[in-house]
Design a protein around this ligand. Sequence first.
Ligand code: GAR
Length: 198
Amino acid sequence: MKNIVILISGGGSNMAAIVKAAKRERWEDHYGARVAAVISNKAQAKGLQFASEEGIVTEVLDHKAFPSREAFDAALSQLIDRYDSPGQPVLVLLAGFMRILTPGFVKRYAGRLFNIHPSLLPAFSGLHTHQRAIDAGCQVAGATVHLVTAELDHGPILAQAVVPVLPGDTADTLSARVLTQEHLIYPRAVAQWLRKMA
Ligand code: GAR
């Protein structure tokens, strides 16, 4: 069985979209893959409740309890690696996980660490993407699923979705429009990758 571990920090709507797609599309039967665990660096992350209601193991690893980024990432790796199966290393999905990962962590999961970012990368890496797209006068915005590399919000692009920026948009209205597309492209990109690996 190929285990998928999803890392979240908040609402977890992308994680929920992936969990729902895995169920609906029977990833277990088709790709021998399942969402095995959801890990959050915040105990109050709303998504944790959804995950445990779905019967998925949830873990909280509070980054504030660690003296350094390296120490946190080492502990996180230990948790994640418990889901490796023989010959089947775990697939790690960042889904609104608001932590910068150390180069060592990124290297360890090279080629099997995905992220979703709420902009059309390489435009607007970093934070406040929607406000920055509005301020720049962009007519379109969107989201990107990509493989994580050492450089923040870079790495090979796996999927993108484009939405219009409408007159009167605020960061909130634009973000809601982009999020509905995120929920489509993230599960699709994961399924595509699993299909290739199966
Ligand atoms: C999503 O919009 C995701 O693209 C973004 O955080 C939101 C999480 O929502 N991620 C980043 O900004 C990462 N740099 P969710 O918790 O409901 O999935």
